[in-house]
Design a protein around this ligand. Structure first.
Ligand code: PRX
Length: 567
């Protein structure tokens, strides 16, 4: 049963100190996320409680108690320490959603090293850019993904260790390769936890912006305070919950809530390492009696498409609370979920940089379908005038979302890119780069991004990254990458390309270019379409105007074209 305390009640005398007290943390003391997510729960008398239920495509199931989580994370920590990994060294986790990913991340944190989770579908070039930038010391991976690392290892002088969690003993190991097989090695009972403090770095997540290479978002161990409290208050996680966060820890939701939030609150987390299918998802909920489900709009729209009849095949009465994040949750999806599950998806808004939920539909709060809800207590938010960066006071007026810095999970900088970090602040407000309005009851209504970043199925794609990959092809002269509408993913990537002399824009050319960039980009960043054009719209100074191409795709007004080259 939910013990809902209202949003208004939570706002009264709010202080992050209350969360610190609950976690028995005192300013200046040691705070280590790895310890909080395993040892502390055991110390609370829950060593035998199931921490993780995992299932894969073949239906293989594994369960780990909190004591197993403590021992396996100790084992990873000990192994890394013996390899010579020190605090603040970057250790990349490059795995599918297997238990070793969840355990590995906490093990890295236990020895004070920085966990760098990367999505396992990344190709070698996407990997290279991120490992190079972070000067990563070690990568923990599966044998099936190891070839991608081997291919780039000689270009990464800082990368000393390739750690394989499922190595086949009959096969030889290459230079720098070691085996960390939690199924065969003895688990370590005692590990000296590195005494990380509030500001010690914890997780490094890479995210895409409009320009430049992906940026490493640096988080610290103190982020736990926000992640813990939002998990309890917004996701409404309680002791007896069976919690399913569908996100991959290669992205921030899968880490902040798929690992840290669930374990730090002592709930039972479920992980399904299976691609999307409505039947598989409902079956999983039915089988494990999932009570709290945190997912994303693209998945919800895909479930809607599969229809209400599929829902009827399964017993989903265990579901108590549903929430969503990552992209606009359209009102139809909210209404639909209420109809078919008897529960509405509660939209939450935040981003890699914020580290934890910022705007949300609190449990028990009146939901206005299509709205992101209201700021989490302790978060000072507003929408700002786009020129003066002063908060707008008129309800319904569209402006830039602004947050007063200072909440515990706020990123501390972009890795080795402090200038870009500083650029995210205007007039004392942190700007996440999104536009919104606020209605007369204080509800936020998402309008769109304030830059050219494309959000396809909840994954941010930098047009610059795709354009750069295209330009490396000898046939491509110029390129411009924009979004185009899509029923399920909300938006998808579309590339406009001009060709060098001697090449013809046809289906064959499109295929050759697609195959060329496939090797360089993550599958999520791949354009759905390449359109060959004789030239691209540009400003007089020669800058390609993506917004003109985008407006055409979306059937919108093109707006001011006075700076167009060909006027
Ligand atoms: O544009 C907003 C959109 O996703 C961006 C953050 O993406 P990322 O850093 O990958 O983190 C995603 C998961 C936390 C935001 O700047 N976004 C996120 N949540 C919502 C959203 N857009 C509309 N509604 C949301 N609820």
């Amino acid at each position: 049963m939910s013990n809902i305390i209202s949003y208004e009640e939570r706002l009264k005398n709010f202080s992050w100190k209350a969360a610190e007290e609950e976690l028995e943390y005192k300013e200046g003391n040691v705070i280590n996320i790895g310890w909080y997510c395993s040892d502390r729960i055991c110390n609370m008398g829950k060593a035998d409680k199931t921490a993780l239920i995992w299932e894969n495509m073949a239906g293989v199931e594994r369960k780990y108690s909190y004591n197993d989580l403590r021992l396996t994370t100790n084992t990873v920590g000990n192994f890394l320490r013996e390899l010579g990994i020190k605090n603040e060294d970057r250790v990349c986790l490059f795995m599918d959603k297997i238990p070793e990913l969840y355990i590995g991340l906490l093990g890295v944190l236990k020895i004070g090293a920085i966990a760098q989770p990367l999505f396992s579908a990344f190709g070698d070039e996407s990997l290279f850019v991120r490992l190079d930038n972070a000067e990563t010391t070690a990568v923990i991976t599966q044998k099936k993904h190891a070839p991608k690392i081997r291919k780039i290892m000689n270009r990464l002088p800082n990368l000393k260790h390739l750690i394989i969690v499922d190595h086949d003993p009959a096969k030889p190991l290459g230079p720098g390769e070691v085996v960390l097989d939690l199924h065969t090695m003895p688990w370590v009972d005692e590990l000296e936890i590195f005494p990380t403090k509030a500001e010690s770095p914890s997780v490094l997540h890479y995210t895409s912006g409009t320009t430049g290479q992906p940026k490493g978002v640096k988080h610290v161990h103190y982020s736990l305070i926000s992640q813990y409290l939002t998990t309890k208050w917004v996701l409404d996680i309680q002791d007896d919950d069976i919690y399913w966060c569908t996100a991959d820890p290669g992205w921030v939701t899968g880490t902040s809530y798929g690992i840290i939030g669930g374990f730090a609150t002592g709930a039972t987390s479920c992980v399904m390492d299976v691609g999307f299918s409505a039947d598989a998802w409902y079956k999983f909920i039915e089988k494990h009696k999932v009570t709290m489900w945190y997912s994303a709009p693209t998945a919800i729209r895909s479930l809607m498409k599969a229809g209400a009849d599929v829902v009827k095949k399964y017993k989903l009465t265990s579901l108590r609370h549903l929430a969503s994040v990552g992209e606009p949750l359209n009102s139809e999806a909210v209404v639909w979920s209420e109809k078919v599950f008897g529960k509405a998806f509660h939209d939450t808004y935040w981003q890699t940089e914020t580290g934890s939920i910022m705007i949300c539909n609190f449990p028990g709060m009146k939901i206005k379908p299509g709205s992101m809800g209201k700021p989490f207590p302790g978060i000072e938010a507003c929408v700002l005038d786009t020129e003066t960066f002063e908060p707008l006071t008129e309800s319904g007026k569209i402006g830039l979302i602004g947050f007063k810095p200072g909440w515990p999970a706020m990123m501390r900088t972009y890795w080795r890119n402090e200038a870009t970090y500083q650029n995210k602040f205007k007039n004392g407000w942190y700007l996440p780069g999104d536009r919104s309005s606020i209605d007369n009851e204080g509800y936020y209504w998402f309008v769109g991004r304030d830059d050219d970043v494309i959000n396809t199925g909840g994954h941010l794609v930098s047009p610059f990254e795709v354009e750069s990959a295209l330009l490396e092809n000898e046939m491509v002269a110029e390129s411009a990458v924009v979004s185009k509408p899509d029923d399920i993913n909300m938006e998808v990537v579309k590339a406009f390309v001009t060709l060098n002399p001697g090449f013809e824009g046809n289906k064959d050319t499109e295929l050759i270019i697609m195959n060329f960039i496939r090797k360089k980009l993550s599958p999520l960043a791949m354009p759905q379409e390449i359109e060959f054009v004789p030239n691209l719209p540009k400003t007089r100074s020669g800058k390609i105007m993506r917004r003109i191409l985008k407006a055409k795709e979306w059937g919108e007004e093109i707006g001011d074209t006075s700076t167009l080259e060909d006027d």
